[in-house]
Design a protein around this ligand. Structure first.
Ligand SMILES: [Zn+2]
Length: 92
């Protein structure tokens, strides 16, 4: 079995908590977290990879080094946007 993944999405979720920890006063409710991830992914070009389910991620690790700075920058920009205008209250 193989699966198709947008590796940028994997990376954004992976670094989200780390970036959030570095920002004061940003809401980390589920709605705001998803908003941050969606915005960050809209800043980033998609990187689709085919992986064997449960297989090694060796090739993908190389992508991680290549795009780390872009991913961190995109998340930081997204956090700043969501912090200035959170959507979580709109749905209540
Ligand atoms: Zn929130």
């Amino acid at each position: 079995m193989v699966e198709l993944k947008n590796y940028m999405e994997v990376m954004v979720w992976q670094y989200l908590d780390e970036i959030l920890a570095g920002h004061q006063g940003v809401c980390s409710c589920e709605r705001c977290r998803y908003d941050i991830v969606a915005l960050a992914l809209n800043f980033l070009p998609p990187r689709y990879v085919v992986t064997a389910k449960g297989g090694t991620w060796a090739k993908v690790r190389a992508l991680e080094q290549q795009f780390y700075v872009d991913v961190v920058t995109a998340i930081s920009n997204a956090v700043t946007l969501v912090k200035s205008k959170p959507h979580h209250c709109d749905d209540d």
